[in-house]
Design a protein around this ligand. Sequence first.
Ligand code: C5P
Length: 227
Amino acid sequence: MTYLIVALDVDTRESAMFMVRKIEACPCFKVGLQLFTRCGPDIVDVIRAAGKQVFLDLKFHDIPNTVAQAARAAADLGVDFITLHAAGGRKMIAAAREAVERTKTRLLAVTVLTSLDDAAVRSEIGLNESAEDAAARYASMAVEAGAHGIVCSPKEISRIRQAVGEDALIVVPGVRPIWAAQDDQARTLTPREAAVAGADYVVVGRPILRHKDPALAARQVVEDLMG
Ligand code: C5P
């Protein structure tokens, strides 16, 4: 089964909650840096109070103790997923895992940002490999260190699945229904293609948020996921 997560990339609590109430077909909403920085942790409470799961996408990346404390704080908020950068290393990921043990919060590791191309990975980040090779290597290290899953580009799903095995979760943004514009996403798959490739969750923002009928758009994505 592949589930839909709607990315609430909006500025206010009112617009976020308007979407949460309207989009009944979606069980889980992503709160990212924009909405969290605008509204604070209260936004998590109100989404949960509406009966929905929360994916808190703040991409933690710091020393192990700091990330562990932040992960614990997120688990105390009752969120279902948090993200952290695999580049923070094994100790950071293991500390975060320990902090969320015995809670329902699951850790998703971000590998190489899809905004970085091969040239930037080599010359700016200083890795002697392609972005895809680095992503696969980070993914397998992160899951070994304790991450429950990986966030990756839809085109990388099969490579990442090989690297992390069957039990790890794979969550993919960059998904576009055939009826939607590509926006700034360069390498997209449709929800169905991502499901067939083995994604556990797809994250969709603008095609749903900017649709004239967001509830209908979300239902269409869910139908496409189910095939
Ligand atoms: O509007 P759209 O469907 O492109 O939104 C995708 C969501 O996934 C956004 O919240 C974006 O920040 C996030 N994301 C992404 N590409 C990545 C990682 C995260 O688009 N590589």
